[in-house]
Design a protein around this ligand. Structure first.
Ligand SMILES: Cc1ncc(COP(=O)(O)O)c(C=O)c1O
Length: 427
């Protein structure tokens, strides 16, 4: 099932696993063919990469080469790879320095935002089992906007997730969340910022509530974690979201978003060892001794770690700040262009993504279809119907092509010259 909710199935009439291997040239040609079926890049940028650097930048090339250099190494056997281990420890230290986290915070690497959130729920649950054994039906209280990965993990594990309606400002309704907390609540969470609207929840109030009630507080900074500190350095103040807030026990932040590493890579950071202990589980009830892993997954590749290490070293604070500044300029340019189109309105967001509404009554998917036909890729947002653009540090050319396409598409949808059919090839 894809992001747009579609499901593709291919019927294979013949066997496709070859009896005898095919040549390297044939393999590569077929791969090229698969790649060329995907959506195009616009001036070296593709939405499919999601918060990635444009191909032409040196950092993007270095990130990819580093990934390939280490991709065959399995992090399960890090004792046998002291060099890779050293690189990983340096990378974890750089995470603390980049995010301004305390020295005694504990960084754990994961395969992405979702896994980081699974780890957060799991650590809180293990803590709850140990420290709140009377809780028999553990439940999480979260704003409606919290990422879907929470629902997924709760579905897998039978934990109850209470998604509380948000306030009129589309941020967590703190009072409503307070009312939703019961003696069974073991975890409170909020976003920095949330994926649907790019808004920060009032994390100081949520954490104060969690602390008052003796509940675990997790901040989902998967999206903004690696962008926020540099956005502030670039001169744009943001709400507090990190361990400066008392009561926050864990924070997730994705390296494969604004850390600009190759995918898949994220981290969950615990305030200190006291909370990190609940992350760890090394089963030994099998013939092969303790099975100790970094997070939830077993075998993982060192490629993205090498990629993150390289980009961090190559860009440094100056480079990340310049990219954050560029993101601010890109957002401003999109907003100016989009707001100048009759009936289109950008919603104020704190950081990224940006979202805008199309003229009232207009079919959002027809607009998206028309944009896609013009290689202006974006995502749908459903409640309310809006179009979402992920803010990447792209060139003016990328922004102007997008806005130009939108300017062209809106009247065509109004006239009925573009309909929902335009989006069908993509779903
Ligand atoms: C706020 C937030 N949390 C979690 C995630 C999940 O991250 P991933 O797609 O890396 O699993 C995302 C993804 O966009 C996100 O925006």
């Amino acid at each position: 099932m894809g992001y747009f909710g579609s499901d593709h199935e291919v019927k294979f009439d013949t066997r496709i696993f070859p009896e005898k291997g095919i040549s390297e040239q044939e393999v590569m040609a077929r791969l090229e063919e698969f790649g060329s079926m995907d959506v195009d890049e616009v001036s070296g940028h593709s939405i499919v990469y999601g918060t990635q650097l444009m191909n032409h930048t040196d950092a993007a090339r270095i990130s990819k080469v580093a990934n390939m250099m280490f991709v065959k190494k399995n992090m399960l056997y890090k004792e046998l790879m002291p060099g890779t281990e050293r690189m990983t420890l340096e990378m974890k230290r750089m995470i603390q320095e980049m995010l301004g986290f305390p020295d005694d915070s504990r960084v754990r690497l994961t395969s992405g935002g979702s896994e980081s959130l699974y780890c957060a729920v799991n650590a809180a649950l293990q803590w709850c089992r140990q420290e709140r054994p009377k809780i028999k039906s553990p439940e999480i209280v979260a704003p409606y906007t919290i990422h879907a990965a929470f629902s997924k993990w709760c579905h897998f594990t039978g934990i109850r997730l209470k998604r509380v309606p948000i306030g009129p400002d589309r941020r967590a309704d703190v009072e409503a969340m307070r009312k939703a907390v019961t003696p069974d609540t073991f975890l409170i969470t909020g976003s920095a910022p949330c994926w649907p609207y790019g808004l920060y929840d009032d994390l100081e109030s949520l954490a104060a509530m969690a602390q008052e009630r003796g509940i675990w507080m997790h901040v989902d900074a998967c999206l903004g974690g690696f962008l926020a500190p540099f956005t502030e350095k670039a001169g744009q103040p943001l709400p507090r979201w990190d361990f400066r807030i008392p009561g926050v026990r864990s924070i997730s932040a994705d390296l494969h978003k604004y850390g600009f590493s190759c995918k898949p890579l994220s981290c969950i950071v615990y305030r200190n060892k006291e909370w990190e202990q609940y992350h760890e589980y090394a089963p030994a009830d099998w013939p092969d001794g303790p099975y100790t892993t970094e997070s939830i997954l077993g075998s993982t590749t060192a490629g993205p770690i090498a990629s993150a290490w390289s980009v961090m070293k190559f860009l440094g604070e100056e480079g990340y700040t310049a990219l954050a500044r560029r993101c601010l300029e890109v957002k401003r340019r999109y907003a100016e262009g989009i707001n100048a189109i009759e009936g289109c309105r950008c919603m104020e967001t704190d950081l990224t993504p940006m979202v805008y509404s199309v003229p009232e009554g207009m079919d959002m998917f027809a607009v998206i279809g028309g944009l896609f036909e013009r290689k202006a890729y974006c995502l749908p947002s459903f409640q309310p119907p809006m179009i979402k653009i992920i803010i990447d540090p792209v060139t003016d050319e990328v922004v102007d092509r997008y806005v130009g396409a939108l300017r062209e598409v809106i009247p065509l949808v109004r006239q009925g010259a573009i309909t929902i059919e335009s989006v069908k090839p993509y779903i």
